[in-house]
Design a protein. Structure first.
Length: 173
């Protein structure tokens, strides 16, 4: 075989090989039917994992209280609530209470930080101006009271929420 014939045979062989690989790859993908396939989810096994939360306060081991209201005030001077559009200077710590997880769940109509019922948490009430954005641009919800729940064992922030109905957005100017 001459050089050009060899090149032609090599190109045809290579093209055929690439074509076969392409068909094999395409045949591996499920056909699009426009419907999502249902997949069974297995129930988790084993003991539940402790919620981690977000690193926040330093815990004083062995102290009567793991942290003080002043510790919480200092934290919120430099850390805003997630998704709050107002500055940290527009709200203050109103109260710090050490409650059980069960007591917090009762207070919040079933919402739970996720710890065992008798584990202690810190329930912090904040008062001031809070503005949270909604799912679409331009829509906001305004609140004057919110809460934050901290794990007394780790000092981590476990959850935040509002303690009232949101005010309607201010009319455009």
């Amino acid at each position: 075989m001459r050089g050009s014939a060899r090149k032609l045979v090599a190109m045809i062989t290579c093209s055929a090989l690439l074509g076969a690989v392409g068909v094999a790859i395409v045949s591996c993908y499920p056909r699009e039917t426009g419907e999502q396939q249902k997949i069974a989810l297995n129930v988790p096994r084993g003991p539940a994992k402790r919620p981690q939360g977000m690193t926040a306060l330093m815990v004083r081991a062995g102290a009567t209280q793991p942290f003080t209201q002043q510790d919480v005030v200092n934290y919120f001077k430099t850390h805003n609530l997630p998704m709050n559009m107002t500055s940290t200077g527009q709200f203050q710590v109103e109260a710090l209470e050490f409650l059980t997880n069960r007591q917090v769940s009762d207070r919040l109509a079933g919402a739970s930080p996720g710890l065992s019922p008798d584990e202690k948490v810190a329930f912090v009430t904040l008062r001031g101006s809070f503005v949270f954005t909604g799912p679409s641009a331009g829509k906001v919800a305004r609140f004057s009271r919110v809460y934050a729940v901290f794990d007394t064992r780790t000092g981590n922030l476990l959850m935040i929420g509002t303690l009232e109905q949101g005010e309607p957005p201010a009319p455009p100017r």
